[in-house]
Unconditional design. Structure first.
Length: 490
C-alpha cells in the first residue's frame, strides 16, 4: 500500500483552505411558500446569507483569478520552505554520521581470596630452594581487573577501541587498542591492532559475562591478546560466523614485539547454530564451533603457565612480586611449531545453559611431537528465570538482562530481587613433554561451584568454591580455593 508523503497532504489542505476563503459565496433565493399548520421555527441564518436560504439548493461560487494566483504563489513558497527544511535535516543527519561518537567503557572486578592446602600440595609448589618459596599460597585481596577505556565510531564505517588495564601485573598496560573497518566487500569487518585472537568460546566471552570468576584450566592454552590483522563476518541468516587473522606471537602488555626469529601465528574460529528459536526472547538455541591456530614460536620458545583458577598478585617492591604460583607449566625452548585445536558447544533452554570445550596443543620438537590437552563441562541455571543471551553476529555470549533489578538503573533505590544463578563446572588439564628449568609437567582437575547475584544489568556479586587436585612431582596434593567478587561494568 502506497502512502502520500505528509508534507504533500499539508500543502493540499492549505491550498483548499486558502482557495475557499477567497471565494465570494452567492446563493439564490426561492420564494417563500404558503404558511402551513404546525409549529413555526426560525430559519437559521449565517452572516452574509439572507433569511429563507434553501440549504438544498446547489450553488456555483465565482472565483477571483487574482486571488487564485496569490494562493498558488503562496503554496509554492510553502513547498520551497518545506523542501529546504527537509534538505537541511538530511544534511545534518549525514554530517552527524561523520562526527566522532565516543562511548566510555570500564570494569572493576574486586576479589577476595582464601586458600587451603595439603602438606603435599605445598611441597609440590615449593621452589627447589625453599628459602625462596615454601609453597604456601597466601590469602589476599586485589583488583583482578580495573579497566577504563572507550569505544569510538565515525565516518559511518570506522570504529576504534582503546582499553587500559590498571589491575593486571605490569600495570598500567594496554589491553585492547584496535580499529575496525566495517562493510568491507567479501570480508565483512577488518580489524587491526592489539586484540584477542579468535580462539575458544570461553576466551571470546567477555569477563563481564563469565559464569565463573575464572575461566577453566584448559583455557591456559588460549593465545590471548596479540597484535594482528583479522577479518570476521557472518551469513545473512546469522547462523554461521567466521573469523581469521594473522598475528605476532607473544606480544607484550603494550602491544609491542620485535623479533626476526619466528613469532607469527595464523588463527581462526567458526561457529554454527543448528537451532535457534527466534521467539520467546531467543532463549532456546544450540551452538557448535571450532578453533585452530598454527604458531611459529618466537626464538623457539613455548610457554603456557597454568594457574589454580586464581590470579592473586601483589607487588611488594619493584623487585618482589607475591603471586599465585603456577601449578603446571608447558614450557619448551626448542619448539619448531605449535598447533592448537579446539571444539566447543553450548545449549541454552530457557534458564538452563550447558557448555563444554576441548583444547589440544601439539608441540613439534623436531624429533617428536608432544600433545597436551584439557577440557571442561559446565551447567548453570537462573533461579529467577533469566537466560544466557547469544550474540548471533559475533558468535559469543551477550549481556544478561535482569528481569527485576534489585538496584534500579533510574535511581529509584531497591526494587526487585535481581537475578540469581547457580552453576557447577568440572575441568582438567594434562601437560606432557615440558622441558627446561621452568617446565612443570603433570595433571590437574578441579570442580567449581558458583553462586551469582545480578543486582542489575551492570552489577553482580559472585562466590566460587573450587577443590583442586594436582598430580605432579610424583605426588598428589589437594588445594581448595574460595573466592568472591564484586563485578561492576559499563
Amino acid at each position: 500500500m502506497a502512502f502520500v508523503p505528509y508534507h504533500q497532504v499539508v500543502l493540499w489542505v492549505l491550498f483548499l483552505i486558502a482557495t475557499w476563503s477567497s471565494m465570494p459565496l452567492t446563493i439564490g433565493q426561492i420564494p417563500q411558500g404558503p404558511a402551513t399548520s404546525g409549529p413555526v421555527y426560525d430559519t437559521p441564518t449565517l452572516s452574509g446569507l439572507p433569511t429563507g436560504t434553501d440549504w438544498n439548493q446547489s450553488y456555483h461560487p465565482t472565483q477571483d483569478p487574482q486571488s487564485s494566483n496569490e494562493v498558488l504563489k503562496r503554496m509554492e513558497q510553502i513547498e520551497q520552505q518545506l523542501g529546504d527544511h527537509l534538505a537541511n535535516e538530511k544534511k545534518k543527519k549525514d554530517d552527524d554520521k561523520k562526527k566522532p561518537v565516543i562511548k566510555p567503557r570500564g570494569r572493576l572486578h574486586s576479589d577476595a581470596n582464601w586458600f587451603h592446602q595439603s602438606g603435599l600440595n605445598q611441597l609440590q609448589l615449593s621452589d627447589k630452594d625453599p628459602r625462596k618459596y615454601d609453597g604456601d599460597i597466601e590469602d589476599g585481596v586485589f583488583a583482578r581487573r580495573a579497566r577504563i577505556g572507550f569505544d569510538g565510531s565515525f565516518m559511518e564505517n570506522t570504529e576504534v577501541r582503546l582499553d587500559y588495564e590498571m589491575g593486571a601485573p605490569g600495570h598500567p598496560n594496554l589491553f585492547d587498542a584496535y580499529g575496525n573497518l566495517l562493510g568491507v566487500p567479501f570480508l565483512g569487518t577488518v580489524r587491526m591492532g592489539q586484540f584477542r585472537e579468535p580462539f575458544s568460546l570461553e576466551a571470546q566471552t567477555s569477563s563481564n559475562f563469565y559464569t565463573f570468576m575464572e575461566r577453566a584450566l584448559n583455557t591456559s592454552f588460549d593465545p590471548s591478546r596479540n597484535w594482528g590483522l583479522m577479518f570476521y563476518n557472518h551469513n545473512s541468516a546469522e547462523t554461521i560466523t567466521w573469523a581469521l587473522g594473522v598475528f605476532r606471537d607473544q606480544t607484550n602488555f603494550y602491544g609491542a614485539d620485535a623479533s626476526d626469529s619466528g613469532g607469527r601465528a595464523l588463527t581462526g574460529r567458526t561457529t554454527w547454530l543448528p537451532f535457534f528459536n527466534d521467539q520467546d526472547d531467543e532463549n532456546d538455541y544450540w551452538e557448535l564451533g571450532s578453533s585452530y591456530s598454527y604458531r611459529d614460536p618466537r626464538d623457539n620458545l613455548v610457554n603456557y603457565p597454568v594457574k589454580p583458577l586464581n590470579f592473586l598478585s601483589e607487588f611488594r617492591s619493584s623487585s618482589l612480586q607475591i603471586a599465585t604460583p603456577n601449578i603446571l607449566q608447558l614450557y619448551n625452548e626448542n619448539a619448531e611449531s605449535v598447533q592448537l585445536l579446539g571444539f566447543e558447544s553450548t545449549r541454552t533452554m530457557g534458564p538452563l545453559n550447558l557448555q563444554a570445550e576441548y583444547i589440544g596443543t601439539w608441540v613439534d620438537l623436531g624429533n617428536r611431537t608432544n600433545l597436551s590437552h584439557g577440557s571442561y563441562a559446565q551447567a548453570s541455571y537462573f533461579i529467577t528465570g533469566e537466560h544466557r543471551r547469544w550474540n548471533r553476529k559475533l558468535g559469543t555470549f551477550a549481556p544478561t538482562k535482569v528481569n527485576t533489578p534489585f538496584l534500579s538503573n533510574k535511581g529509584k533505590g531497591f526494587q526487585g530481587t535481581g537475578a540469581w544463578e547457580i552453576a557447577i563446572r568440572w575441568c582438567d588439564i594434562n601437560i606432557q613433554g615440558a622441558e627446561g628449568n621452568r617446565a612443570i609437567p603433570g595433571y590437574a582437575r578441579a570442580t567449581t561451584a558458583g553462586l551469582n547475584w545480578y543486582l542489575n544489568d551492570n552489577v553482580r556479586m559472585m562466590i566460587n568454591a573450587s577443590p583442586l587436585q594436582l598430580h605432579s612431582k610424583s605426588m598428589v596434593g589437594d588445594l581448595n580455593v574460595f573466592q568472591s567478587r564484586l563485578d561492576i561494568h559499563f
